[in-house]
Design a protein around this ligand. Structure first.
Ligand code: ZN
Length: 279
C-alpha cells in the first residue's frame, strides 16, 4: 500500500506522478541505476512517506531531487535526501537561505492547526546543492529532461521540468490545471511573460504541484487566468482604485474561472496580487 491519500500514476514507463489529494504532488522517475524525485514535500515525515512509496516501485537509490521552487510544501523534505544531488534554480536557493522569508513561513505553519504544524518546528531547511540560471539538461534513464526557467512568476525561482520526447512537463505551482495559485510571494508584473514562454512548450500532459494532471489546454487556460487578472489590476491601480474596489471589479472580470479550485477564496487572493503590484 502506498501512502493513504496518494495515487501513483505511471505516465510513461518508469515515469510516475504521485498525486496527493488536497496536498502537494511529486514526480518519480526510475532510471537505469537510480531514481529521480521531483519535490521533496512539506516536512520530513512527508518525505519519508514519499521515499516509502518509491520503495514500492524500486529499491534503486534516489540520486536526484529536483525542487520546482522554494515553497515549504515542495522543498522542506530535502533534508531526508542527504546522499542525493538536489537541483533547483539559483533564485530557489536564494529564497531557501533567506532566513527572514523562511521564518515568516515557519511561524505561519506552526500557528496553523494542521497536523504537520509541530513538525515544522524541527525542519532543517536544506537548499539545493546544484543550481542553474536559465536551463539545464539532464539525461536520465534514457530520457531527456530539460530544466527550464522562464522568469519570475509564482516565486522568483519556479522551474519547469520538460520532457520533450514524451511531451510531458512537471510545472510546480506556476501552471496548475484549473487551480488558483498562491500569490503571496509572486511577481505578478512578470508572470504573464513567464506563462507565454511556458505555453510555447510542446506539452500534451503536465503534472502540477497541486491538483490533477492537465493537458495543453490547461496550460493555455492558466496563462489566460494570469493574462486576465494582472492587466485588470494594473489598470485599476493606474486609475487610482484602492484594493477593495480593484478586487471587486477584478472578481467580476474573473467570473469565467469560477469552476477553478480555490476560486471561492479569490476575494482574499486578489488583494495579495494588488499588494505585490503596488510594492
Ligand atoms: Zn505549492
Amino acid at each position: 500500500m502506498t501512502t493513504p491519500g496518494t495515487e501513483l500514476i505511471e505516465l510513461e514507463t518508469g515515469v510516475y506522478a504521485r498525486l496527493h489529494a488536497g496536498l502537494t504532488n511529486a514526480g518519480i522517475l526510475v532510471g537505469d541505476d537510480s531514481v529521480l524525485v521531483i519535490d521533496s514535500l512539506r516536512v520530513p515525515s512527508f518525505a519519508r512517506d514519499l521515499i516509502q512509496d518509491v520503495r514500492h516501485i524500486t529499491d534503486k537509490p534516489i540520486q536526484y531531487v529536483i525542487d520546482t521552487h522554494a515553497h515549504w510544501d515542495h522543498s522542506w523534505g530535502n533534508e531526508e535526501f542527504p546522499d542525493s544531488v538536489i537541483i533547483g534554480h539559483q533564485n530557489c536557493y536564494d529564497e531557501m537561505v533567506d532566513v527572514e522569508w523562511n521564518r515568516v513561513w515557519r511561524d505561519k505553519i506552526i500557528a496553523s492547526s494542521d497536523p504537520w504544524a509541530d513538525e515544522a518546528k524541527i525542519v532543517k531547511i536544506t537548499p539545493p546543492n546544484l543550481t542553474f540560471e536559465t536551463s539545464m539538461q539532464l539525461y536520465f534513464g534514457g530520457r531527456k529532461l530539460e530544466l527550464r526557467y522562464f522568469g519570475r512568476a509564482h516565486t522568483s525561482g519556479d522551474i519547469i521540468i520538460f520532457m520533450p520526447n514524451e511531451k510531458l512537463a512537471f510545472t510546480g505551482d506556476v501552471v496548475q490545471d484549473k487551480g488558483v495559485p498562491f500569490f503571496g510571494d509572486s511577481y505578478p508584473e512578470d508572470w504573464p511573460d513567464t506563462d507565454d514562454g511556458i505555453a510555447e512548450l510542446a506539452v500534451d500532459r503536465f503534472v502540477a504541484g497541486h491538483g490533477p494532471i492537465g493537458n495543453h489546454d490547461g496550460i493555455v487556460e492558466a496563462r489566460n487566468f494570469i493574462h486576465t487578472l494582472v492587466p485588470h489590476l494594473q489598470s485599476a491601480i493606474k486609475e487610482g482604485q484602492d484594493s477593495a474596489s480593484a478586487t471587486a471589479s477584478a472578481l467580476d472580470a474573473m467570473s469565467g474561472f469560477s469552476d477553478w479550485r480555490g476560486f471561492e477564496n479569490l476575494g482574499d487572493t486578489i488583494p495579495l496580487v494588488y499588494g505585490r503590484l503596488t510594492r
